[in-house]
Design a protein around this ligand. Structure first.
Ligand SMILES: Nc1ncnc2c1ncn2[C@@H]1O[C@H](COP(=O)(O)OP(=O)(O)OP(=O)(O)O)[C@@H](O)[C@H]1O
Ligand SMILES: [Mg+2]
Length: 218
């Protein structure tokens, strides 16, 4: 049975890629794990086509990397909300398209990490969200909380929404980001007390290693 973890976050720029890269590098020491970035907005045109930094980071973190187009099937050049980029580029995106892509890659490794885009309720089009894909695939979810001012509200709402979508939350990761927030420890203690899901790891500023044993029993 393959294990698939969807990595979401409390917002954009909260460390989803940073945490996924650390996880991929460490998990790859014992098994083949592949990291995916199904939807990316913000990419450079190269001779091989559009390339997004997050997808390249995930690709490079794997011991046996998958081809770029498998890792990142939907990529827009503009760094804007994906559903707007889809309209501008006349390239609609949908849950159906993501389901089709996932069918072609899901058996490539025993463990997959799938990085979301933005936060939990990311629009794909006028009626669908990226969370609908996660729900239809019944993936387990890991929530990266970017520890900065505003994160308490974002964390509470994100966990509430994932639970009301009926999905299992493996746990959350406290990511301190490059600059520690004021009263970091009190914020961490509060979330640890109220979130009612396990803390998988606490990642300090600029750490290059995940110090959380729970992550290695994924
Ligand atoms: N613990 C950390 N220490 C130092 N820098 C960090 C840490 N976590 C994240 N960063 C930095 O913060 C920035 C945002 O992180 P990252 O790109 O991982 O966010 P993201 O949630 O994946 O964003 P997006 O929504 O664009 O995918 C990056 O420059 C990253 O290197
Ligand atoms: Mg990212």
């Amino acid at each position: 049975m393959n294990k698939n973890y969807f990595i979401t976050g409390t917002d954009t720029d909260v460390g989803k890629t940073f945490v996924s890269e650390l996880l991929l590098k460490q998990l790859n020491e014992s098994e083949r794990v592949v990291g995916y970035k199904p939807i990316a907005a913000g990419a450079d045109m190269t001779p091989s086509g559009l390339r997004n930094d997050d997808a390249l980071i995930l690709q490079n973190a794997c011991r046996e990397p998958a081809p770029y187009d498998q890792i990142n099937p939907i990529c827009f050049e503009q760094e804007i909300a994906p559903h707007i980029a889809a309209k501008i580029n006349k390239a609609p995106i949908s849950v159906g398209q993501l389901n089709q892509w996932w069918d072609t890659v899901k058996n490539n490794s025993e463990l997959s990490l799938i990085e979301g885009a933005g936060g939990w309720r990311l629009p794909l089009n006028d009626t669908e969200h990226l969370s609908d894909f996660v729900q239809q695939q019944n993936m387990q979810v890991i929530v990266v909380v970017g520890m900065k001012l505003g994160c308490l509200n974002h964390a509470l709402l994100t966990i509430e929404a994932i639970k009301s979508d009926g999905l299992h939350i493996t746990g959350w990761v406290a990511n301190q980001l490059a600059t520690p927030m004021a009263h970091y420890q009190e914020n961490l203690d509060y979330l640890t007390d109220v979130l009612e899901v396990p803390v998988l790891a606490e990642i300090k500023s600029n750490h290059r290693y995940v110090e959380g044993s729970a992550l290695f029993s994924l």
